[in-house]
Design a protein around this ligand. Structure first.
Ligand code: URA
Length: 235
């Protein structure tokens, strides 16, 4: 965030007033005086002082998207000492938590936030938020099995809702499938494939609603844009 915007959002001055404070040498970022207009800061990690007083945002929700690698758990802490998604986030804010869960061996899109309302909205079953995955499975999928995935399969004695299934390609005995589900049962995608006798060797979440992972590298994270936050809140 621009330093002048940050100062304004802390309620210290208008943006123009903030520019004046900056050029007058009254603003320090991480204990260093900053006089350059247009300076960018990390509003979550940097310490900003005006006239030797630390300033802070009144309240600001944090929204981060992480491309979770496999081999970590989607929790804040793990009793067994395994890596967690928090190990991949540089923002150190005690209120931050991941929304929903990906398995230890699943990779892809995880949202981390301190906004409990959004977390509730995205995880409540009645909201049927679409979540899209790319799976690699061994062998070829028969049309009849694809139809089963689409129409619902029994898990824990209850039929899964309809899902969208698209075959992306098949190479060297491995089929790539895109599947969109509208629920979030434990290990749902893996168990749906298990039901039709297909072995999942790779699973990645690529989308939640219209929020896409895009080109974010494995283990990398970024803040959501205001537009993306608005879209998620409207889901
Ligand atoms: N379905 C699964 O099987 N695993 C996940 O991590 C998410 C959905």
């Amino acid at each position: 965030m621009r330093l002048n915007k940050y100062i304004a959002e802390c309620g210290v001055a208008s943006r123009r007033g903030a520019d004046k404070l900056i050029t007058e040498g009254k603003v320090k970022v991480n204990n260093k005086t900053v006089t350059t207009l247009g300076t960018e800061i990390n509003e979550y990690n940097d310490t900003v002082m005006v006239d030797e007083r630390k300033i802070a945002l009144v309240r600001r929700d944090i929204y981060i998207v992480l491309n979770k690698p496999k081999g970590c758990v989607t929790t804040v802490k793990d009793d067994k000492g395994r890596k967690t998604v928090m190990d991949y986030i540089s923002v150190k804010d005690k209120r931050l938590f991941p929304i929903g869960r990906l398995d230890y061996d699943t990779e892809g899109l995880v949202i981390l936030t301190n906004d409990g309302d959004l977390a509730y909205k995205l995880t409540h079953p009645s909201n049927e938020i679409p979540k899209t995955y790319v799976a690699k499975v061994e062998g070829t999928l028969a049309e009849a099995d694809i139809a089963k995935l689409r129409n619902g399969v029994p898990l824990d004695g209850v039929m899964t809702h309809r899902s969208k299934v698209k075959i992306l390609g098949e190479e060297e005995g491995i089929t790539r499938v895109e599947i969109t589900i509208y629920e979030g049962k434990n290990r749902q995608v893996r168990r749906m494939f298990e039901y039709i006798g297909a072995n999942v060797i790779f699973l990645k979440r690529t989308k939640i609603g219209d929020l896409k992972l895009g080109g974010l590298g494995r283990g990398m994270s970024r803040y959501l844009t205001d537009k993306e936050i608005d879209i998620l809140k409207r889901l």
